[in-house]
Design a protein around this ligand. Structure first.
Ligand SMILES: [Zn+2]
Length: 91
């Protein structure tokens, strides 16, 4: 698949897609090839290349199982419960 990188680069340029290095392996890939996102916490993330799909899933699972993921879940559920308690009943 590596020999077709130039074609994908042309496709990205013509189609207006990004052409950026993968945050995991550093290989350049186009926005049209993007399938997974590496979660960076609190709603932000970066797209990863097609060769790093499994590694992306592994790192995302590791994030949610680790201390940062637990803290994020705690903060979000606290915000959500506060929002729910303050909400005016509709009707
Ligand atoms: Zn990659």
């Amino acid at each position: 698949m590596r020999q077709w990188r130039w074609l994908n680069r042309c496709y990205a340029f013509i189609g207006g897609y990004f052409w950026l290095p993968c945050p995991i392996c550093g290989r350049y890939f186009g926005g049209h090839e993007w399938s997974e996102s590496l979660y960076l916490g609190y709603g932000s993330g970066r797209g990863t290349c097609p060769w790093c799909v499994e590694e992306t899933k592994r790192r995302n699972a590791e994030y949610w199982a680790g201390p940062a993921g637990h803290e994020e879940r705690r903060v979000l559920s606290e915000r959500y419960s506060r929002y729910s308690a303050d909400a005016e009943p509709r009707g």
